[in-house]
Ligand binder design. Structure first.
Ligand code: PEP
Length: 247
């Protein structure tokens, strides 16, 4: 059976002192045995958190990656650069990047390819807005977003992680019901099955106000293979309860 993955997305939060405390509290619980655990930290803290996690069972993730290898791309970081800090995962296509940074399905697919090429596992985010859900377009939207990544050639698609994050549930305290989430996860799994014989080993995470109270019921759904955790990843006690629910 594949292990579930619980990945924290710290977003633009943290400080040298706060990171040290949070990582120490997480590592004290020795997580990462029954479930895989990762923290995706802001770029300036990759070096610090990489050192703090060295030798532990918690993996390091970035929150974005450039589609380019090197050159005149001010502000960007390449997959090779991330690799130097032992980055294992990179969140790609988060709805906040689609919304505030104009990322498109095509640019996200290029980033996923760049990550895979460097041996970094992209956590590819898909998700619909409230208007799209209310108009009955949820599946169409997430399938289009995933298709862009699945249909780029090159690296094996079975090496990605997918995160279903309904935009209306991110940072709002509104969570998809387990049934709503499972329905979308099952549709994504079916789409992956058409693309690869290894679809069952691809982890499809749920993200969107997952917390210590609702994690167990969401993680019990057959196609929910873990969580991408925003707000609740900033408090060790909450994050660890979610990790516990994934075992
Ligand atoms: C996220 O940003 O990926 C996320 C799921 O945030 P939150 O858990 O705070 O809704």
């Amino acid at each position: 059976m594949k292990k579930k993955l619980i990945a924290g997305n710290w977003k633009m939060n943290g400080s040298l002192a706060a990171n040290e405390k949070l990582i120490a509290e997480i590592l004290a619980a020795k997580p990462g045995v029954a479930a895989d655990v990762a923290v995706c930290v802001p770029a300036p803290y990759l070096q610090q958190v990489s050192a703090l996690l060295a030798g532990s069972s918690v993996d390091l993730g970035a929150q974005d990656v450039s589609a380019h290898e090197a050159g005149a791309y001010t502000g960007e970081a390449s997959a090779q650069m991330l690799k130097e800090f032992a980055v294992r995962y990179a969140i790609i296509g988060h709805s906040e990047r689609r919304q505030y940074h104009g990322e498109t399905d095509e640019s996200i697919a290029a980033k996923a390819q760049a990550a895979l090429k460097a041996g970094i596992c992209p956590i590819v985010c898909v998700g619909e807005s409230l208007e799209e859900r209310e108009a009955g377009h949820t599946e169409e939207v997430v399938r289009r977003q995933l298709a862009a990544v699945v249909h780029t050639n090159g690296h094996c698609i079975s090496e990605i992680v997918v995160a279903y994050e309904p935009r209306w549930a991110i940072g709002t305290g509104k969570t998809a019901t387990p049934e709503q989430a499972q329905e979308v996860h099952a549709a994504l799994r079916a789409q992956l099955r058409l693309a690869t014989a290894h679809a069952d080993r691809i982890r499809i995470l749920y993200g969107g106000s997952m917390n210590a109270a609702n994690a167990a019921v969401l993680l019990a759904q057959p196609d929910i293979d873990g969580g991408l955790i925003g707000g609740a990843a900033l408090k060790a006690v909450d994050f660890l309860k979610i990790v516990e629910a994934a075992q």
